[in-house]
Design a protein. Structure first.
Lengths: 303, 930
């Protein structure tokens, strides 16, 4: 094999803030466009809340059941006949969804088998998600970066905020997370497991439901290396030389599968969903899976 | 010659060592640079590649390994030989060769001779004369200069002799020779041992000029047999060897007169030990046939001991005049004699009460002594026969007694006796019982301390005769003889003037009696006495050769002169062997008890004289070892290269296992107290101080919760009703926790519970065997088919669990079982359910005639109790001590009874069958009467 199999994609990060902002600006509109395209494919069936609940609009009258709060009785309607009615309202609470993309150096990795770098794919997914959610009128926020906003152009706003912010390499703290919100995290989850887990648990304690989207480069899973190879960690710069890389393949594959399983287990342990996405697959795949998780979850939550 | 006996066959090869730095430089060449790859999940990969490789150069240890390999190869090519032993001849003038040709050289004689022949061959090249001196036969006439051909011929004819080298004589001979022919080269072909007067020879050596060398063999495996004796229970001997050698066993074999091996024993030398004992515990008849004892793999005359008659154990026949009263053995006069004789001789009791028939029968058995205890009258022909036997060397030992005292004179007495006996200290006598006087010097008993506690109350008295004093061996304090003896022909007549039992004297029950009898029996010879006053010469019968084999005597062997005061010694004229005739012979041995061996120390023997090993014996060629080691290193190097290259990575799991195996021992050693121990300790400690009810954790949270609550409830009940105040209930992990602290384990069975593994079952089995009791509760009284427990899933699971245990036969608690009485009087043992039985180990059936008792007393506590009534469910209470589960049927009495059942079980487990005894108390009180 001639060249290296994987490389660090040109990151939209430069030493100078301006250059970075320009690079991000150049990247993110593209991503937004792609996100629009992806989201259009998935746009169906997000309106699932035609039911009674806490809201402003009238939904239905129904018979009073013994034991219900007396204050709930609609006396005006009840006066019409001999029955006692209760006025139900339609559930109107908007849902809040936090998005977050891991921008650590390892996410910039892109192998020759992948279409894009992991971070690029993650951003596309995040913006597509934002587009979808904004369309269905949810409140959106970028975890650790923006406040929740309710806007049809929320994805654009998020993109603009992201352009100016430094890359986020660590999961932010649970500040601002309220009960009954959703968190969607895009990352390769290669960072320290304990730290990630503690953060996730903090989110869960704050009452959030979440979805982990694990972005994996195909090379990371298949390990197609052979011969004497010096591996370098883009995150730490640490180097490791394998005398015969092909010999490690099976063991590595098992370990990496265990890593994925451990992330999945981490998600399960706090009741979150987990989606595995490879960068050599279309982004819409992950988006559909994520959409299913999210809508199922919302549905279950409000059942 | 340098002090270090290390030579190289081709020393110039060592010059190649100069190349080592070049090799080192070559070896440090950089391996190819690895391809660089970015790889984010490096942390995961790092778990596979733990070792950080130094990419710049091969690891230092590999370089070192290869350097060592190269060094070894160069050294091996140079052909180093340690201790080459090549006796290069120097100087000129006669060559003096002193050869140790004693027993110690026999096993290795060929090599000694070859060494000497090599020297002679060297001398022949230089046309030098040779003087040969053998240390066992240092005859001056032999020590003349020979030309090398003659010397070689003489050497060819020399054999090792079964003798100790006489270094004193050799030293004098050497001095004599050097006076006439000053040797240019002197060689001492030692046998490695220091002999008597070795220092003289050393001094003679040190005084010599010219080339001097000592050839010294190793003394490993060189043993001699120093002394052997025939003890009552075994033939016992000692092997000796020079000090400072490793632990080693030697086989010792005995041979009979035909040369056939009879028995085999082992003597084990400790490391550094110089003496080792061996014993043949064969029957005395077999032992008496042994004529030769030899170390089986030591081919030398020193490792052989020959045995003659003097090694035979005496056979003593004993005859009593009294009828044997077997019911009162202590009153039998033979009892004390046989007890006193048995340690050192073999007894033949007359199997016929008729003395007339017993005596000939004993004589025919070839006995050497006959003890007659209180035999008065003897039939005529018996007297005649005994007299003939005594004349022929027999020893007749007689003891006085009422019969002897009453008998008429007979001839088989050493002295003439007064009729009747003398009573000392009787009611009508002023005299007191007399103690023994000290033994006279001419008495065989001389040297035995006369015991002060021995007193003689009755004795027979000898008539005062002129020779009485000469015949007396022991006297009483008043001068009256106690033991008299007389020679008759070759034999002896001995008379103890008191009885052989304790009726006349307490001599027979003192230790002195044993010693006296031993001395007496020692006076006798075994078959046919041979000791004569005059010196006689015995012809050589069969003699040992140097290798310790018996053979016909050679022409130079001379008769052995024996006699009183002549200590026969092995010499060139009298080699060790048998002397005499086939009918009677004596053995001459090279070594005697107490001899020791010492290795020759060349430094102190002759300071300044070079010592070396024999050629081919001590020479050590390093070449094969060096090459072998280099090859081993090469293999290691190949493995290391493969490992570094990653070829060994494929079976990474195998490698991990190998590493795990490697570290397992280390881990075991380091982690001797397992990490869990620390936290368990507190639990164990408290469990050992407080009685706690324990239950087995099943893993099913509901069941465990109820178990815990049940144990808590029972603990509370126990504390309120009985003197037992248990601590907090203990959950027990049956697979890991220490069980020894709990008397009772409550083990609820769930259908889903995992089967314990065999190791766990072994623990449980041990717990039960060590007195613990397990209460299995299937809790299925209602759930089983037809309301019973048969074939319910829990019961089947219980059967599976119990199949791994050693369970005795079980039965439902019988009405008279202690369990029904141990605290409360109970008829049944309900839990949450009332229908199930409580099963216990079946009691042994009572005999038919046994009186009906309220409780059957048995030993121990049933190690297993099985119920299906869900005890814990009935006992379970919540925090406010209210029952947690309803009983079925909901009956408060049933719950109370279930608690009582728990109390009874607990009391039964803790007190065992104590209550079974207690229930008899009223009956006992009644029997005692008001």
């Amino acid at each position: 094999m001639s060249g290296p199999i994987g490389a660090v994609a040109p990151r939209e990060t430069r030493k100078e803030t301006m250059a970075r902002a320009r690079a991000r600006a150049a990247l993110i509109p593209d991503l937004l466009v792609e996100a629009h395209r992806v989201a259009n494919n998935v746009f169906a069936g997000w309106h699932g809340r035609r039911k009674r609940g806490v809201g402003e609009d009238f939904w239905q009258f129904r018979h009073y059941v013994t034991g219900e709060n007396l204050a709930a009785i609609d006396w005006r309607r009840s006066a019409r006949d001999d029955n006692i009615y209760v006025r139900d309202r339609e559930w109107q609470a908007t849902h809040m969804v936090w998005l977050w993309v891991d921008e650590s150096p390892s996410m910039l990795f892109r192998s020759q088998f992948a279409v894009v770098a992991k971070q690029s794919r993650a951003l596309v997914l995040a913006f597509a998600m934002a587009e979808l959610l904004a369309r269905s009128g949810e409140r959106l926020g970028w975890l650790g970066l923006t406040r929740p906003m309710l806007s049809r152009r929320a994805a654009d706003h998020l993109g603009q905020s992201l352009m100016l912010a430094p890359p986020q390499t660590r999961l932010p703290g649970p500040e601002g997370i309220r009960n009954f919100c959703d968190i969607v995290l895009f990352s390769d989850f290669l960072g320290p497991r304990e730290e990630t887990l503690s953060r996730l648990q903090a989110y869960a304690r704050a009452g959030a439901r979440g979805h982990l989207v694990q972005i994996v480069d195909p090379v990371e899973e298949t390990f197609p290396y052979a011969g004497r190879i010096e591996f370098r960690d883009p995150e730490t710069g640490e180097r490791l030389t394998a005398g015969s890389a092909q010999g490690l393949k099976n063991d590595y594959a098992a370990l990496f599968a265990a890593h994925i399983a451990s992330v999945r287990a981490m998600a399960r342990s706090i009741g979150w969903s987990h989606t595995l996405h490879h960068t050599d697959k279309p982004a819409s795949q992950a988006l559909v899976a994520l959409h299913v998780h999210l809508s199922q979850d919302v549905w279950r939550q409000h059942q | 010659m340098s002090g270090l006996p290390l030579v190289f066959a081709s020393p110039w090869v060592l010059l190649a060592l100069v190349l080592l730095p070049v090799i080192w430089w070559l070896l440090r060449l950089t391996p190819p640079r690895p391809r660089a790859e970015t790889f984010p999940p490096l942390a995961i990969l790092a778990r596979l590649i733990r070792r950080e490789e130094t990419p710049a150069q091969s690891p230092w240890w590999l370089t070192l390994l290869r350097l060592v390999m190269a060094t070894l190869a160069i050294l091996a090519m140079a052909g180093p030989v340690w201790n080459p032993g090549e006796a290069a001849l120097e100087g000129d003038g006669p060559v003096l060769i002193v050869v140790d040709d004693g027993w110690a050289a026999a096993a290795d004689w060929e090599r000694r001779r070859d060494a000497a022949l090599a020297i002679v061959a060297d001398a022949a090249e230089d046309s030098r004369t040779v003087i040969l001196v053998a240390t066992t036969a240092s005859a001056p006439e032999a020590a003349t200069p020979l030309n090398p051909e003659q010397a070689a011929a003489r050497l060819e004819g020399m054999v090792a002799r079964p003798l100790k080298p006489d270094h004193g004589a050799t030293a004098r001979l050497v001095v004599e020779i050097t006076r006439d022919h000053a040797p240019g080269s002197t060689f001492f072909l030692s046998d490695g041992l220091e002999h008597a007067d070795s220092s003289e020879l050393g001094a003679a050596f040190a005084a010599l000029g010219g080339q001097r060398r000592i050839l010294l063999p190793g003394t490993e495996g060189l043993v001699a047999m120093a002394g052997i004796r025939n003890d009552p229970d075994a033939l016992v001997g000692t092997l000796i060897r020079p000090p400072g050698q490793a632990a080693r066993p030697f086989d010792v074999v005995t041979f009979d007169i035909q040369g056939l091996p009879a028995a085999r024993a082992t003597a084990l030398f400790d490391a550094g030990g110089t003496a080792a004992d061996f014993r043949f515990a064969e029957p005395v008849e077999l032992r008496n046939q042994v004529v030769r004892t030899a170390v089986s793999d030591a081919e030398n005359a020193g490792a052989v001991q020959l045995l003659d008659d003097s090694f035979r154990r005496r056979v003593v026949g004993i005859i009593s005049g009294q009828s044997a009263d077997l019911s009162q053995p202590l009153l039998s006069p033979l009892y004390y004699i046989s007890r006193a004789l048995s340690p050192f001789s073999d007894l033949r009791e007359a199997d016929d009460a008729n003395v007339a028939r017993a005596v000939p029968a004993l004589i025919q058995q070839g006995i050497s002594a006959i003890a007659l205890a209180d035999v008065g009258n003897l039939p005529e022909e018996t007297v005649e026969e005994l007299g003939k036997w005594v004349e022929g060397g027999g020893m007749l030992i007689r003891f006085a007694g009422p019969r002897l005292a009453a008998a008429a004179q007979d001839t088989l007495l050493p002295v003439r006796l007064r009729a009747g006996d003398r009573n000392l200290g009787g009611a009508l006598s002023w005299e007191t019982p007399k103690p023994l006087a000290p033994f006279e010097a001419q008495s065989p008993f001389f040297g035995i301390d006369p015991p002060r506690e021995v007193v003689v109350r009755r004795q027979v008295l000898a008539l005062q005769e002129p020779d009485l004093e000469a015949k007396t061996w022991a006297i009483l304090e008043d001068g009256t003889p106690l033991v008299t003896a007389d020679r008759r022909g070759a034999g002896w007549l001995v008379l103890f003037h008191t009885s052989s039992d304790a009726s006349w004297s307490n001599l027979a029950i003192s230790g002195t009696f044993v010693e006296m009898l031993r001395r007496v029996v020692d006076q006798s010879r075994s078959r046919g006495a041979q000791a004569t006053e005059a010196a006689t010469s015995l012809p050589p019968l069969r003699l040992l050769d140097g290798r310790g084999r018996l053979g016909a005597p050679g022409p130079e062997a001379r008769p052995l002169v024996v006699g009183k005061g002549i200590e026969p010694r092995a010499s060139i004229d009298n080699p060790p062997g048998f002397y005499g005739t086939d009918d009677g012979f004596i053995a001459l041995n090279l070594f005697a008890a107490g001899d020791t061996l010492a290795a020759l120390d060349p430094a102190s023997f002759a300071p300044g004289v070079a010592a070396a090993g024999y050629a081919g014996e001590a020479a050590f060629d390093f070449k094969p070892w060096l090459i072998g080691f280099a090859v081993l290193l090469f293999v290691l190097d190949c493995l290391a290269v493969l490992w570094i290259g990653g070829a060994l990575n494929l079976p990474a799991r195998g490698r991990a296992r190998a590493a795990a195996t490697l570290f397992a021992g280390l881990a075991l050693a380091l982690a001797a107290p397992p990490p869990a121990g620390a936290q368990d300790e507190a639990i164990d400690f408290s469990a050992s101080l407080i009685t706690r009810l324990a239950y087995v954790v099943t893993g099913d949270a509901t069941v465990d919760d109820i178990s815990h609550a049940g144990m808590a409830g029972l603990s509370q009940f126990l504390a309120s009703r009985t003197a037992l105040e248990p601590g907090e209930p203990a959950p027990v992990n049956i697979a890991e926790d220490e069980l020894a602290f709990y008397a009772l384990l409550y083990w609820p069975i769930t259908a889903e519970s995992r089967l314990p593994d065999p190791a766990t079952m072994a623990r449980v089995d041990a717990f039960m065997k060590q007195g613990g009791t397990i209460l299995f509760d299937t809790r299925d009284q209602l759930s089983g088919p037809l309301g019973g427990t048969a074939n319910s899933p829990e019961a089947q699971r219980l059967q599976q669990i119990l199949s791994g245990l050693d369970i005795p036969q079980l039965e439902p608690v019988p009405p008279d079982h202690v369990l029904t009485k141990s605290f409360y009087l109970l008829n049944n043992f309900p839990g949450r359910y009332a229908g199930g039985e409580l099963w216990v180990e079946a009691l042994p059936p009572t005999g038919d005639g046994a009186a009906p008792r309220p409780a059957r007393p048995t030993d121990g506590v049933s190690s297993i109790l099985i119920t299906s009534n869900d005890f814990a469910g009935a006992w379970a209470v919540d925090d406010s001590l209210r029952p947690r589960l309803p009983t079925v049927p909901p009956d408060p009495t049933q719950r109370e009874l279930s608690y009582r059942a728990g109390v009874n079980i607990m009391m039964y487990v803790l007190t065992g069958n104590y209550k079974a005894d207690q229930v008899h108390v009223p009956a006992l009180l009644e029997r005692l009467g008001q």
